[in-house]
Design a protein around this ligand. Structure first.
Ligand code: SAH
Length: 250
C-alpha cells in the first residue's frame, strides 16, 4: 500500500488549494496538500458537531476557513486540535470550540446572516474570517500593531471584501460602523465598556468574556448581553479563559 504523506509536512501556505467540495465529496484523486489539510479540518468540525455545534452556517464557516494558515509554521500540526495556540506578543488564537460557541450565541435566534458585526481583538484574524462568513459586514479591531499587520497578512489570500481590519483601542468600539447587530470580544475585562453597549443596535447582542470576583478568586465567564427597547438583559454563562482586555494601543 502506498504510504500516505503525513499532514504537517505537506502543508504549504502559498500553494493553491482544491475546491472544498472535491474533498468533501471524498474524491479518490489525491489533490496533495490541500486534500490532506481539508480532511483534518473536516474531522475537527465533525468532532465539534458531535459536541453540539449544530448551526449549519457555523459548521460551513469552520469547514471553509483554514485554521492552519493563521498559526506559525511550527504549530501547524496542532492547528486542527481543539486548543488555543500562541500567536506572538503574548496573545493566543482562540480554541475552535470557543469560536464556535461564541458564534452560536451571536447567531441564536437570527435567521440568515448577521448584519454588521464588531469584533474586539483581531489577533491572528482567524475568528474574524469565520465571522465574515456569518455576517454582512465585519469590523475587527486590534490594539497591537504587530498582530494587526499579521492578521492582514494571514487574511490576504481569502480576499474577504466584507471584513475590515482596524488598528486601535477596541475598548472605545468603532463608532463609525455603529449600530452593530452583534459585538464579540476575544479579550476579557472587568466590565463591558459603555461604548460597546452604546454602539450595539436595539435587538442586538454582545458576547464577551468578563472577569467575575476579585483577587485570587477572580474568574472569567462568558457574558451575553441583549439590548432591548427597555434596556439591557444580561446572562452569565460558563467560565472561559481569554487574554486580558487592555486599553490603549502598542
Ligand atoms: N479572535 C482572535 C483571538 C485573539 S486574542 C483570533 O482568532 O486570533 C485577543 C486579542 O485581543 C489579542 O490580540 C489582544 O491584543 C487583543 N486586545 C486586547 N485588548 C484589546 C483592545 N482594547 N482593543 C483591541 N484589541 C484588544
Amino acid at each position: 500500500m502506498k504510504e500516505r504523506p503525513s499532514f504537517p509536512a505537506q502543508l504549504n501556505r502559498t500553494s493553491a488549494r482544491p475546491k472544498a467540495q472535491g474533498a468533501l465529496a471524498g474524491k479518490t484523486v489525491s489533490h496533495g496538500i490541500g486534500l490532506d489539510s481539508s480532511a483534518v479540518r473536516m474531522n475537527m468540525v465533525a468532532r465539534l458537531s458531535k459536541q453540539g455545534v449544530t448551526d449549519a452556517r457555523i459548521v460551513a464557516a469552520l469547514q471553509e476557513i483554514e485554521r492552519h494558515r493563521f498559526v506559525d509554521s511550527a504549530l501547524v500540526n496542532q492547528a486542527y486540535e481543539d486548543t488555543s495556540l500562541p500567536i506572538g506578543l503574548g496573545q493566543t488564537i482562540s480554541k475552535p470550540s470557543v469560536v464556535a460557541r461564541m458564534a452560536e450565541l451571536l447567531c441564536h435566534g437570527v435567521s440568515g446572516k448577521l448584519g454588521r458585526v464588531l469584533e474586539i481583538g483581531t489577533g491572528c484574524g482567524y475568528q474574524a474570517a469565520v465571522l465574515s462568513r456569518l455576517a454582512d459586514e465585519v469590523y475587527s479591531i486590534e490594539r497591537l500593531r504587530g498582530l494587526h499587520e499579521k492578521a492582514r497578512e494571514n487574511l490576504r489570500h481569502l480576499r474577504l471584501a466584507n471584513l475590515h481590519l482596524l488598528f486601535g483601542d477596541g475598548m472605545l468600539g468603532y463608532a463609525k460602523g455603529a449600530p452593530y447587530a452583534a459585538i464579540i470580544a476575544a479579550a476579557g475585562g472587568e466590565a463591558v465598556p459603555q461604548a460597546w453597549i452604546d454602539q450595539l443596535a436595539v435587538g442586538g447582542r454582545l458576547v464577551a468574556p468578563v472577569v467575575k470576583g476579585v483577587g485570587r478568586g477572580a474568574q472569567q465567564a462568558l457574558l451575553v448581553l441583549e439590548k432591548t427597547e427597555q434596556g439591557v438583559r444580561q446572562s452569565v454563562l460558563e467560565s472561559v479563559h481569554f487574554v486580558p482586555l487592555k486599553s490603549g494601543v502598542a
